[in-house]
Ligand binder design. Sequence first.
Ligand code: HEM
Length: 206
Amino acid sequence: MRLACSAVPGLRPSPASARLRAGGLAAPRFTSLSGALLPDGGKAFQPGSVRASFLAERAAYTAPMLWVKTFHIVFIASWFAGLFYLPRIFVNLAMVVPGSVAERDRLLLMAHKLLRFTTLLALPAIGLGLWLWLGYGIGQGPGNGWLHAKLGVVVLIVLYHWSCTRMLRALAANTDQHSHRWFRWFNEIPVLLLVVAVALVVIKPF
Ligand code: HEM
């Protein structure tokens, strides 16, 4: 659901959008989420606060770009489904009663299959993000610290994925010493990384 800025209390069309409207170009429309959520009545979107690069980026918002972004988000969500569930299997593996070979083998098989699938999903998720950045130029140039910070978070997500690979290898070799409680805390890390990455790209705070 999209709202023209005039429909949100406290938001007035910015001089920039008036100029765009006069020039025959469609004025940028704020998504309801950003406008409605801001407690200060959207003060951040007051006239003059619209980032010049935001208007420049709007030019990149073509239909093909929006399809690329659609699949970027779809593969990100799928990648994270794997990153959320894999450590959950590690919790169960750490709780397997010694001697329960069948249960242990079943959990290890599930984990190996899931890790392979999750790694396959990470590639298009990152590839499509790079296409948005390097191909469509979104996030390039001054005033896009959000993307640099986001890339930092992406490095942490990839490191987390890699550490899951190492832990599964150690669990399979029966050399991993982590307790099921440790794996429960470990399982919370991708939640934090996802919140930070999505907040950076949606809010673009700097
Ligand atoms: C190398 C990795 C990545 C790059 C280069 C990248 C780059 C981008 C770019 C340029 C956009 C378009 C932003 C816009 O239209 O304003 C975008 C959108 C998005 N990215 Fe990524 N991204 C990457 C990884 C990720 C990851 C790991 C996540 C989540 C954890 C993520 C979540 C999102 C979301 C939710 C959007 C849509 C934002 C919106 O429409 O407002 N991206 N990404």
